[in-house]
Design a protein around this ligand. Sequence first.
Ligand SMILES: Nc1ncnc2c1ncn2[C@@H]1O[C@H](COP(=O)(O)OP(=O)(O)O)[C@@H](O)[C@H]1O
Ligand SMILES: [Mg+2]
Length: 316
Amino acid sequence: MARNFFTLMRSSAPSASAHGAATAERPAPPAPPNNMTDGADAGGGVHFDLTLEAVRHEINEEVDIALQLRDVSAFYGSFQAIDRMTMPIPQNRVTALIGPSGCGKSTLLRCFNRMNDLIPGARMEGEITFEGRNLLDPNIDAVEVRRRIGMVFQKPNPFPKSIYENVAFGARINGYSGDMDRLVEDALRRAALWDEVKDELDKSGLALSGGQQQRLCIARAIAVQPEIILMDEPASALDPVATLKIEDLMRELAEEYTIVVVTHNMQQAGRVSDYTAFLLAGEERVGRLVEFGPTQDIFTNPLDQRTEDYITGRYG
Ligand SMILES: Nc1ncnc2c1ncn2[C@@H]1O[C@H](COP(=O)(O)OP(=O)(O)O)[C@@H](O)[C@H]1O
Ligand SMILES: [Mg+2]
């Protein structure tokens, strides 16, 4: 089998970005002497030897890995929804999961924080390494995983509580004993909602607009100090203006968090993400990873014909 060195230390001059200034502004890393250096070299980067055909693109920046998937499969009873997906999720970057409806995007996202555990009959195989441990190991505390890897859903789902309590709730449950007012303000600021709600923190979260509710849910996720934020089509229920706000916010959040976003909107994936994974299910409905790489490469130079067909709109 061909060995693919997916080298996250490689450097060359970045070419025009598919998604504008956000990535272009990142300082270019110094060029390493070659791209096959050991993972433990001075740059602090990591590289992975992946034997999966799907990861064939070169990475032109130095980046660490937040999650490393190896042969991740998921089942609902006897039905296999996703089959042996292997890829990295780069740290402090936005990774988009794209593909037609039913290809397993939500299922994969739910593997990342053990949300599938909550679905009766759901089962996962393989490895997702997070800080040296396999998240899928049954001995790992799924509640702790969900604190560190938060989730935002398609439909904004604030609690029927005040704006303040929506944000404070999770932190309180986790035993947060610091200055709650500061924590709430900080989370609302990071979610780009503070200026709109600072004078009405006692108002019900349900009284906000859809876009504000979604930012409130993002603030709620941030308040428990996660490292990774998963978003499942977070803007698909929102109007275009609210959608752009969420997209801007995703770019900002990537400075501090690792973001994984499911979207069926190609333009959105192009605008917000640094990396893209294209998933596809065949006749038998089993989702597989077709291609993973820098978003710009996936969109302008896909290596698989099926990726090209999808991004040019040839699938439904
Ligand atoms: N709770 C569930 N029980 C059984 N099958 C499910 C469940 N959730 C999703 N599936 C099936 O798994 C496959 C992948 O679904 P999903 O991850 O929701 O895809 P996507 O998010 O890409 O639309 C589909 O065939 C879907 O019908
Ligand atoms: Mg879905």
